[in-house]
Design a binder for this molecule. Structure first.
Ligand code: URA
Ligand code: CA
Length: 434
């Protein structure tokens, strides 16, 4: 097989065979094909797209390019959740204990975040002592006992995706549905998921800015998952404004605890119940979404979900007493209220700009080497549609530096106030199943 023939075939809009796709991925992983040839193929895929079969083949070729996590020693159907990323998205912290409390095993492999705030692991590290360096045996044992464990990324998972993602980044080929869908799905499948629930975000704070683009990506991933034997469904949810009120690591842990106590923000709570219901049905613990939802509501109301969260934190070395006493979480030295300069309605809170403001405070990493400050962040006091009077607090800045003028200006600029009541964006745009 000659790689130039594969490039030519795709350039001309023809379908690649399974063998050609496997050859491409295995030879590229082994560094036997130069980046310039792969760049040409990526650009051909960008313009010519891939068929459903090609997308599934590409995904599985990437899964098979490295290690695969074997979770077969865990009883039950392992359902993983993936979010395409957003601002202040606290759902994983809530969903883990929530679905574990109704018996769905959550064996989560998580990473550190790059961007506005930390990833799930960074957030959990706001609980002093918490660590994710578990052996695979301890990880599996903990999931069997508590139904919930989080382990750091280990091993050589989907090396083909790592190489391709880096190359796409510098060849203007990131934004391609077959390439994004196969990249995300390969990582979930390699991490051992039997079933996958996808939360595809749309709006200013998301990768996919329009509902149409989000729908196309969601459909592509659902198609791939189901065609390779992983039950997969997706929801499309709004990320035009941040989710919940908290953006920042310790602040989001507090918000997650409050949500598990049944007194969290309405949007975060609703999204967790919708995603959680899907996970419970895919995990075989309920026959219908309605039944699943009432099971989840019950473990919030009776405190079992919060209890699982405490046991999980304790099992991984964290200070579980700070869950009852949230003042023990890392606290920022300065609190600054950002106040409305006029009266009206909040018409828009531009999620990515507010996320960037949180990153400027130190809540997230601009580069892999940046240090994260777990205490800092932004707590919104208003959401889109709320009425405000001049002088009302719009948001509180939690900082470890007294100079917050830049962050404060940014919040004022990107929390727009209008005279007319705006239409509030719908939280769940669509649910996509096979
Ligand atoms: N996230 C991924 O993991 N892969 C992509 O290609 C895009 C976003
Ligand atoms: Ca939040």
């Amino acid at each position: 097989m000659r790689f130039v023939d594969i490039i030519e075939k795709k350039r001309d809009g023809n379908e690649l065979t399974t063998e050609e796709i496997q050859f491409f991925i295995s030879e590229y992983t082994a560094e036997k094909i130069p980046d310039y040839q792969v760049s040409a193929l990526l650009m051909a895929i960008y313009f010519q797209d891939m068929t459903d079969r090609e997308r599934a083949d590409l995904t599985m070729a990437m899964v098979n390019s490295g290690d695969k996590i074997d979770l077969s020693a865990i009883e039950g159907i392992k359902v993983d959740k993936h979010s395409t990323g957003g601002v202040g998205d606290t759902t994983t912290l809530v969903l883990g204990p929530l679905v574990a409390a109704v018996g769905v095993p959550v064996a989560k492999m998580s990473g550190r975040g790059l961007g506005h705030t930390g990833g799930t692991i960074d957030k959990l590290e706001a609980l002093e002592g918490f660590h994710v360096e578990l052996s695979v045996e301890d990880f599996i044992q903990q999931v069997n006992e508590l139904k919930l464990a989080v382990i750091g990324q280990s091993g050589n998972l989907t090396p083909a995706d790592k190489k391709l993602y880096a190359l796409r980044d510098v060849t203007a080929t990131v934004n391609s549905i077959p390439l994004i869908a196969s990249s995300i799905m390969s990582k979930k499948i390699a991490a051992g998921a039997d079933a996958i629930v996808l939360d595809v975000k749309t709006g200013e704070g998301a990768f996919m800015k329009t509902v149409e683009d989000a729908r196309e990506l969601a459909k592509a991933m659902v198609q791939i998952g189901n065609s390779v034997g992983r039950k997969t469904m997706a929801i499309i949810s709004d990320m035009s404004q941040p989710l919940g009120y908290a953006i920042g690591n310790a602040l989001e842990v507090k918000e997650a605890v409050e949500t598990l106590q049944g007194k969290g923000p309405a949007d975060l709570t609703e999204l967790c119940l919708v995603l959680g219901s899907q996970m419970v049905v895919l995990g075989g613990k309920a026959g219908t979404l309605e039944e699943a939802r009432s099971m989840l509501q019950e473990v919030i109301d009776n405190g079992k979900a919060l209890e699982i969260f405490k046991l999980f934190v304790k099992a991984q070395g964290g200070d579980e007493t700070s869950i009852d006493d949230l003042e023990k979480l890392p606290q920022a030295s300065y609190k600054h209220h950002v106040k409305a300069r006029k009266s009206g309605y909040i018409s828009f809170i531009e999620a990515d700009e507010i996320g960037t403001a949180a990153m400027l405070l130190g809540a997230g990493r601009a580069t892999k080497e940046s240090e994260i400050d777990l205490a800092v962040g932004i707590l919104l006091n208003k959401k889109v549609g709320d009425r405000v009077q001049e002088g009302d607090v719009l948001a509180t800045i939690f900082a470890n530096n007294s100079d917050v003028a830049e962050v404060s200006d940014r919040i004022l600029e990107f929390m727009e106030i209008s005279d007319n009541k705006p239409t509030v964006p719908q939280l769940i745009e669509e649910i996509i199943t096979a």
